[in-house]
Design a protein around this ligand. Sequence first.
Ligand code: SF4
Length: 169
Amino acid sequence: MSLLSSLIKADDCAGCRLCCWFTRYDLWETPVIDDALRDIILERYPETKFVSKERGGSLFVMKESPQTDPKYAYQPERYNCPMLDENGCKLADDKPFECQIWPYRIMSQEGKLLISLSLLCKPILENSFSSIVSLLKSGLAEKIIAHSKMHPSIIKEYTDGYPILMYIK
Ligand code: SF4
């Protein structure tokens, strides 16, 4: 079951896929792939290309997109994740942890860790603010923190415009 199933329906996710498209300005948002997942992907899709990250893990080399969906027409230079096909994410339940928790993000702000929210995920924003925070408090935050300890390269630098939901002590 999805980590966010109490807030978003699988069909809403599958029909949107906004988090699998990037512009040149948000390539920093692309998911970090840990070494074990990279091996799985290379076994299934040997043509996949990666770049290594300094603090561990890898990023996909994104493909410039032929996307013609009008909802993206205002954004030039679009890229899509190589794991995205017409049926959605080819990795299904094996998708990267950051994709499993998006639009929640773990970030660092002047040395302090925090969990924030991307405001681009419309289905999640249909929930009340209290239910978005409650999900974090009912175990999701612990999972995010535990994963970030094992894979610190998923921690992004804080960027203005991301509401901060909680600081991590
Ligand atoms: S790995 Fe899957 S869920 Fe994550 S960005 Fe790529 S296609 Fe989307």
